[in-house]
Design a protein around this ligand. Structure first.
Ligand code: BTN
Length: 282
């Protein structure tokens, strides 16, 4: 079934957003960073609230230098550009967790099916990863002079909308799924409706991001992130570069840092998302 991306449909309920749609691009995050990096002080102001969406990415990127599989007509690949001084936003390390909550709220509202979050940036539905988030900071010209500041943020969200589990590359088939394969359907028809449309998801997601990324809503967002956590109370492996250690995931701080108790230790270790990832140990 065809599900073309339509700028007017996505923009209708998001009047402040500047939406750009690509048929094919290397990566919407890379393109957003290129736009920010080459903009002068005046141009950069106009990039705030720009949304890049691609039908297909040739070099979709995930966290920690991984690829993000982004085939034609199958997913929603979206990057939102924000200038931090243009709004009362959560701190940069909270942006990925806030975006994760926004994705869950979007999918739950449209489908009625519960989604869960694997710290820090993976959204699961039906036991499979259906979405990943990559937030990147970009230096932009500062109004104080020639110096650059980390005012630019690119929040990249990739949602696997369509496709059977065996359509994913073999090395990620055990983990990746799509909304379709997880059984998420529109909740607007008695029979569960069709597979969600990318335009409907993008439109609702932009609205939910506006809410979840606000500092004034942070505690509500953090509470929801905690409630949806797949890792709290579980045995995990903490992976940092080439090394890893077993631990128990104990809780999340008010900034969504993960508190873990390494095996054989009583001391809690606080993990920021930076260069760390976790895997379930059981
Ligand atoms: C991850 O799973 O580690 C994060 C994946 C993030 C993928 C999205 S798709 C839109 C944007 N462009 C990219 O190249 N990456 C993000």
């Amino acid at each position: 079934m065809s599900d073309p991306l339509v700028k007017e449909e996505i923009g209708r309920d998001n009047p402040g957003k500047k939406i750009v749609i690509f048929d094919e691009i290397d990566s919407t995050n890379t393109e957003a960073k290129r736009m920010l990096e080459k903009a002068d002080l005046r141009e950069v102001q106009n990039l705030h609230d720009t949304v890049l969406i691609a039908d297909h990415q040739t070099q979709g990127r995930g966290r920690l230098g991984r690829n993000f599989y982004s085939p034609h007509e199958s997913g929603l690949y979206l990057s939102l550009i924000l200038l931090r001084d243009k709004g009362d936003y959560v701190v940069p390390t909270m942006m990925t967790p806030a975006a994760a909550v926004a994705v869950c709220r979007t999918l739950e509202k449209l489908s009625g099916t519960e989604c869960r979050i694997k710290w820090v940036n993976d959204i699961f539905a039906g036991g499979k990863k259906v979405c990943g988030i990559l937030t990147e900071g970009v230096l932009t010209p500062s109004s104080e002079g020639t110096a650059q500041t980390f005012n630019g943020v690119v929040i990249g969200i990739g949602i696997n909308v369509r496709g059977a589990e065996d359509a994913f590359p073999q090395d990620i088939q055990h983990i990746a799924g799509s909304l379709e394969s997880a059984g998420l359907k529109g909740n607007d028809s008695e029979k569960g409706g069709p597979v969600l449309s990318r335009n409907a998801i993008a439109s609702e997601l932009l609205r939910q991001l506006d809410i979840a990324l606000r500092e004034e809503n942070r505690m509500e967002t953090v509470e929801e992130y905690r409630a949806k956590s797949l890792v709290i109370g579980r045995r995990i492996n903490v992976i940092q570069g080439d090394s890893s250690y077993p631990a128990e995931a104990v809780s999340l701080t008010d900034d969504c840092h993960l508190l873990v108790k390494p095996e054989g230790s009583e001391q809690l270790v606080e993990l920021q998302s930076g260069e760390v990832s976790v895997r379930f140990a059981d």
